[in-house]
Design a protein around this ligand. Structure first.
Ligand code: FAD
Ligand code: 2HG
Ligand code: ZN
Length: 491
């Protein structure tokens, strides 16, 4: 190892380094194919570049070996071999994670699931989908659309992320408010433990109270206990009527009132209630060159979506909701999508924020759960702090470009993003642990839906107590005694 991207971390000397004999073992197992796209690639550092780096261009490992197994049996043989040889492994799905969990830190072997991309079965009566972990979320949803069903999770990275990666991070996404968390909709999993044992909990039953619900251990474990290879997911019927509206608000308090009204008046058809602050929307506007969907400038914008079974009924409810919040002066202005094109265009103002920020340089991301009453105050306080410390400004001499807040208001989940011209210790030290102290004070969570990965590993104690952390470590030691699964990350 010649370079160290993480001066504060040391490579664990208990881990072996990959030898030519190891490569031969993997080549014999998976087939000796060329380049990155097939079974085994060795000594091709350049080709491994995209797999060593994360979506944000913030984290970079130095792995020299990428394995792409095609079956559970191959995953099992790989892990057993790695465990016996004490070779560290990082499981990788679509590599869209936002906390540096999906890429190696040093020379861990990358175990990429993209070749395990088969949809095994779908039962139209129960709505249960059984699929490999490497199926791309959008592919799964398209398959379900053809069968009048919907994947119970949707997010901006749907075109690249895998359902296995979604489950490993317990991703929340845009409609958790309506369809709930993966802890509820994943009915069963198949996973492989570090010693090669295949854990089959691939139940397709909705109810199954037969002892510990062990599949839950893998949901949100971020690849630290084993590799998820298959999942059984409960999928709802695809709504026949879908509507979306985009609103402008004069204040955060008004937006909170609108949310309360939406729950009361749209109740069973409400499927998303998303918050975007004015700065985030102006950035998307600048990037796309499009005018905002409504005239005038507002400090807050909201996106409200409904999923129902009767278009006329839903439209009547939405119009009544709209009239009420307009009449009461809760909302300043708004627009309802009239067709599929407008529907997509309105969603793009919300879904496009992360991508827009990624083109402006770097982003410090905080994905937090905070009681709704305090939610946006964190953004105001962060901007005030950055300003007071002289870190934010319009010209290139300031490291921070801007501070934006957006997120899943319906789930009290804020995305605080600090867009920087360059990553710097100065900005990082101004933010951490200050943000985490702030969150702890209002009993929030330092990770609502993205996980902890490498980015938040030192800060887990702000949201979990010592007893819970102790139990996590016991589980890790029990199932991964050599610590080969995704080392250097949060546990
Ligand atoms: P990866 O990034 O490859 O991996 C993520 C973690 O899971 C890593 O720790 C990895 O080791 C582990 N892992 C991956 N596959 C497996 C497996 N089969 N078995 C065991 N461990 C595995 N997240 C949200 O919650 N809500 C959002 O709305 C949302 N929107 C996003 C929008 C954009 C534009 C982007 C880039 C990301 C967004 N995310 C969101 C982040 C989110 O975590 C990921 O998009 C997704 O869940 C990760 O899936 P992936 O296949 O890319 O996993
Ligand atoms: C979203 O809700 C994602 O758009 C990404 O969770 C949030 O980039 C972020 O901080
Ligand atoms: Zn999100």
């Amino acid at each position: 190892l010649t370079a160290n991207n993480y001066p504060d971390l040391k490579r664990n000397p208990n881990f072996a380094q990959v030898t030519p004999e190891d490569v031969k073992f993997f080549q014999d197992l998976l087939g000796s194919a060329s380049a990155v796209i097939d079974g085994v690639t060795a000594d091709a550092s350049d080709d491994l570049s995209p797999f060593n780096g994360d979506w944000m261009n913030k984290y970079r490992g130095q792995s020299r070996l990428l394995l792409k197994p095609a079956t559970t049996e191959e995953v099992s043989k790989i892990l057993k071999y790695c465990n016996d040889r004490k070779l560290a492994v990082v499981p990788q799905g679509g590599n869209t994670g936002l906390v540096g969990g999906s890429v190696p830190v040093f020379d861990e072997i990358i175990l990429n699931l993209s070749r395990m991309n088969r949809i095994e079965s779908f039962d139209e009566r129960s709505g249960v989908l059984v699929a490999d972990a490497g199926v791309i979320l959008e592919v799964a949803d398209q398959y379900l659309a053809e069968r009048n069903h919907l994947f119970p999770l949707d997010l901006g990275a749907k075109g690249s992320c895998h359902i296995g990666g979604n489950i490993a991070t317990n991703a929340g996404g845009l409609r958790l408010l309506r369809y709930g968390s993966l802890h509820g909709s994943v009915l069963g999993l198949e996973a492989v433990l570090p010693d090669g044992t295949v854990v089959d909990t691939l139940s397709t039953l909705r109810k199954n109270n037969t002892g510990y619900d062990l599949k839950q251990l893998f949901i949100g474990a971020e690849g630290t206990l084993g590799v998820i290879t298959k999942a059984a997911v409960q999928c709802p019927a695809r709504p026949k009527a879908v509507n979306v509206a985009y609103f402008g608000f004069e204040s955060y308090e008004k937006m909170c009132e609108a949310f309360k009204e939406a729950k009361g008046r749209l109740s069973e058809i409400l499927s998303a209630f998303e918050l975007m602050d004015g700065r985030s929307q102006r950035l998307v506007g600048q990037a796309t060159g499009n005018p905002l969907p409504i005239e005038g400038e507002y400090p807050f914008y909201g996106l409200v979506e409904t999923h129902g079974s009767n278009g006329e009924h839903d439209m009547a409810k939405l119009e009544e909701f709209f009239e009420h919040i307009m009449g009461e002066g809760i909302v300043a202005d708004g627009v309802l999508a009239q067709d599929e094109t407008q529907f997509r265009a309105l969603w793009a103002w919300r879904e496009g924020i992360t991508e827009t920020l990624s083109h402006l340089g770097g982003t410090y991301k905080f994905d937090v759960s905070i009681p709704l009453s305090d939610l946006y105050r964190l953004v105001d306080d962060t901007l005030e702090r950055m300003t007071r410390l002289g870190l934010v400004g319009d010209d290139d001499s300031f490291p921070v470009r801007t501070v934006v807040g957006y997120g899943h208001m319906g789930d009290a989940n804020l995305h605080l993003n600090i867009a920087v011209r360059r990553y710097s210790k100065e900005v990082e030290e101004a933010l951490e642990p200050w943000v985490y102290e702030w969150i702890k004070e209002c009993r929030g969570s330092i990770s609502a839906e993205h996980g902890l990965g490498l980015a938040k590993k030192q800060f887990i104690g702000y949201s979990q107590n010592d007893v819970v952390l102790g139990m996590m470590k016991q589980l890790k030691a029990l199932y991964d005694p050599n610590g080969i699964m995704n080392p250097y990350k949060y546990i």
